[in-house]
Design a protein around this ligand. Structure first.
Ligand code: ADP
Length: 198
């Protein structure tokens, strides 16, 4: 993780999720991680992840922005998918958005770490299965679904670290797309511990 500004939040002494870090891979992994502050629909990556709801038929927040940007053919494709369970993920085209694909995942309502972990794991799994080498995540569940921001960030960083360790050669870039200052502050204070760069 390359561009660290001074953290403005104290890094709460939380365990590095429950992951075991393979330090020999630190450098190569840190190079593949970025934060992007802004609207995920602007990103020209292989896949953007949508924090969808179970219907997959659009909603508020990032889901609304993605559907507005992608246009009505996204909704048409989503209607054929039969919804999605919490923690699962499904892939569609991106239509009018610059990314190649959209991976829709349904986060838990409230702090349910197992489900949130599944969202990140299953999204990365879909990316791997489809040879998608760059992927951007919003802060799943932390908006309308009220997952506490810092706890959610540790899950996101922990799962991405673990998956990247397993499949470093399969990914060029994983982006944490941060939309709110609170999340920018949190990610800037914790990413260094998951993706140390010397
Ligand atoms: P959830 O229902 O999973 O909580 P939300 O869309 O309400 O999903 O919120 C998830 C995160 O996405 C929040 O941090 C929210 O501020 C952020 N967000 C909202 N719009 C966008 C956007 N256009 N690009 C990136 N992130 C966004």
């Amino acid at each position: 993780y390359a561009s660290i500004k001074k953290a403005t939040l104290p890094a709460k002494k939380q365990t590095l999720s429950d992951i075991v870090i393979d330090n020999s891979k630190n450098e190569i992994l840190a190079e593949k991680i970025s934060i992007y502050i802004g609207d995920i629909t602007h990103l020209e990556v292989d896949a953007i992840v949508n924090a969808a709801n179970k219907s997959l038929l659009g909603g508020g927040g990032v889901d609304g922005a993605i559907h507005r940007g992608a246009g009505k053919y996204l909704l048409a494709e989503c209607k054929t998918l039969g919804g999605c369970e919490t923690g699962e993920a499904k892939i569609t085209g991106s239509y009018q958005l610059p990314s190649k694909y959209i991976i829709h995942t349904v986060g838990p309502v409230g702090e349910k770490p197992g489900y949130l972990r599944n969202c990140y794991e299953n999204s990365l799994k879909l990316a791997l299965e489809n040879n998608l080498r760059s992927i951007a995540f919003p802060c799943i569940s932390t908006g309308i679904y009220h997952y506490p921001n810092e706890a959610a960030a540790h899950i996101a960083a922990g799962v991405v670290r673990k998956k990247l360790e397993e499949h470093a050669d399969k990914f060029d870039r994983v982006i944490f797309c941060l939309f709110l200052d609170i999340d920018t502050n949190i990610y800037e204070s914790i990413l260094q511990s998951y993706f140390p760069l010397k």
